[in-house]
Design a binder for this molecule. Structure first.
Ligand code: ATP
Ligand code: MG
Length: 564
């Protein structure tokens, strides 16, 4: 794990990352007239995840920084895996992150005609041919990086025959897999991607935009670079695995004699305790390991949103991790740090008890309720104060009481005085137990002179704990989330098992909690800090008479000091 290595440590903040260096050099040299035009090119075959967020922030961020434009382009070349549901979710997520593509919403499928013409052009130049080998045979004849592949027996067809066959492919005369169009790049390149790659395959499959118009579809490799070229993308930014595809993309551009975008590769975001590929996320959803794409344990943008993450926190995270040329793994605790920092400024403080223990204040009047002043957010002067009701019987957290405390335990224990936040000093006088020895109730006395939690005579109490009044509190469902995987590297598995064997069985714990009455009108997606406990977001399905809170993060921050 190496965070500073990935780019922008604090000192480097002002300096440029390697992509910005390239762009500034290009602007200086008036390359492309000094224009910067990027794109974010998702395939609509799943929901976006935090890795995509990095790419979105990068592409839209660069366009903004250099007064350029960024397109949203759906790489929809595989109708069997894609859908409108995914298209819509992607648009929602990009917008939510705070970016805007204006009217530049494009689809690879918008260019199917042009891409077909490009293929015809290659055939006419003798640079592409129709092959009758099936997928297994093509693969078996590709050779290895050390050993050249075998040429297809269909490789030397005439241009006329190829044109005729390709047209018949388009017309639907063949079944899926019976023919492909392949580039004639050679079978002996050390780069396997350059060994007569397939450009078109037959797929009798309805497309979410073009319907049944096409039964041949371009391969991703034949579409991606050409789409960038058609849109005059100046800087085509992609992840490192496409570095080895670049010679092929350059070959297409050269043979087709079309505008050449510059491809720049950066290291994709990897995060510990997290899986990021859409294939795996889909598997987790489909096999019911999580409750949908927006399950708050998912690293999807919609999952993070439901968990309580803010767009600012994700953009800030992308900024801190920066861009690198070398693969690295980012600590998920850094992402958690970013949301804490943002919510610390924004979230109202409230009191909620997630693991309740009843406390009776024996010298407090029986039917009395007092309204005490509580500060809404010490980080935000304008946030003001609110009233919290106090009465004879309250709940505190079980963890805040110990019958036989260790040294330096400053919370409640027999004979020890603590401050109830915003209320009074109390002292434990009795511990009530069930017949089997379980603590069911604590009796305390309070000092009326300590109202507001202030010391009446200068005497000090070390501990301050939160509480709610049983007479006034509201019951709420609280979902306590933990990491979805127990291992830093979910792929660290025993033989014969896969990443799913590292799923954390305790990643979701649902409890009944009691919260202060000011939360009775809490609206879905609102964010709160439960004092001393963590940040919580009201779930999208929360109702007035059925409040549900998702824990975004606890308050413990391992990155706060490192980044200061
Ligand atoms: P995955 O491999 O996670 O399933 P993908 O690369 O197939 O994702 P695309 O829809 O093709 O998903 O990705 C759209 C854009 O997002 C691409 O430009 C890709 O490089 C970028 N991207 C995807 N995953 C990451 C990541 N982990 N870090 C940074 N960028 C990413
Ligand atoms: Mg991809």
């Amino acid at each position: 794990m190496n965070v500073t290595d990935s780019g922008n440590s604090k000192e480097q903040k002002a300096s440029l990352n390697f992509i910005e260096n390239i762009i500034e050099e290009d602007i200086k040299n008036k390359k492309n007239g000094g224009n910067v035009h990027t794109r974010f090119p998702p395939e609509p075959n799943g929901y976006l995840h935090i890795g995509h967020a990095k790419s979105i922030c990068l592409n839209f961020g660069l366009a903004k920084k250099y007064n350029g434009l960024c397109n949203l382009r759906f790489d929809d070349t595989n109708p069997t895996k894609e859908s409108v549901e995914y298209v819509d979710s992607i648009k929602e997520d990009v917008r939510w992150l705070g970016f805007d593509w204006d009217d530049r919403e494009f689809y690879a499928s918008d260019y199917f005609e042009t891409l077909y013409d490009y293929a015809v052009k290659l055939i006419k130049k003798g640079k592409a041919y129709v092959c009758e080998m099936n997928a297994e045979d093509i693969s078996a004849n590709r050779g290895t990086p050390q050993k050249p592949g075998k040429e297809s027996p269909f490789r030397n067809r005439s241009v006329e025959e190829n044109l005729d066959l390709f047209q018949r492919m388009k017309k639907g005369e063949f079944k899926d897999g019976e023919r492909t169009l392949r580039a004639k790049t050679g079978m002996d390149s050390p780069n396997m991607h350059m060994r007569d790659p397939v450009l078109y395959r037959i797929l009798h499959s309805e497309h979410h935009r073009t319907g049944n118009k096409w039964c041949i579809y371009p391969m991703y490799d034949f579409a991606h670079g050409q789409c960038d070229s058609i849109e005059n993308i100046t800087h085509s930014i992609c992840t490192l695995e496409f570095e080895v595809h670049r010679p092929l993309y350059d070959w297409f551009i050269k043979e087709l004699e079309i505008f050449a975008p510059q491809q720049i590769e950066f290291a994709r975001l990897n995060m510990n305790y997290t899986v990021m590929s859409k294939r795996r996320l889909l598997e987790l959803v489909e096999e019911g390991y999580v409750n949908g794409w927006d399950d708050p344990r998912m690293p999807t943008i919609c999952g993070l949103r439901r968990r309580g993450y803010t767009p600012e926190s994700i953009r800030n995270f992308a900024d801190i991790i920066g861009v690198a040329k070398r693969e690295n793994v980012i600590d998920v605790a850094l992402l958690e740090h970013c949301v804490r920092e943002d919510l610390n400024k924004k979230a109202m403080r409230v009191m909620g008890v997630v693991n309740p223990l009843k406390v009776v204040i024996t010298n407090y009047p029986d039917n009395q309720t007092e309204e005490l002043d509580a500060i809404n957010n010490p980080e935000d002067e304008k946030a003001g104060t609110r009233k919290v009701p106090f009465s004879k019987i309250i709940y505190i957290e079980k963890e805040d009481f110990m019958e036989i405390p260790p040294k330096k335990y400053f919370r409640l224990s027999p004979g020890q005085e603590v401050r109830l936040r915003y209320a009074y000093f109390i002292k434990c006088t009795d511990v009530i137990k069930s017949p089997d020895g379980e603590i069911i109730e604590i009796h305390c006395t309070y000092d009326p002179a300590s109202r507001g939690g202030n010391s009446p005579d200068g005497r000090k109490v070390q501990g301050t704990i939160h509480w709610v009044s049983t007479a006034n509190c509201i019951e709420a469902e609280v979902r306590l989330y933990d990491r979805l995987f127990t291992k830093e590297n979910p792929d660290d598995v025993e033989e014969g098992k896969d990443y799913k064997s590292n799923l954390n069985p305790a990643s979701l714990k649902t409890v009944k909690a009691f919260v202060e009455p000011s939360l009775k009108n809490a609206k879905p997606m609102e964010k709160y800090q439960f004092e001393r406990t963590g940040y919580f977001c009201v779930d999208k399905n929360s109702k007035k008479d059925n409040l549900i809170f998702n824990r975004t993060v606890t308050l413990r921050d391992t990155w706060a000091k490192t980044l200061k």
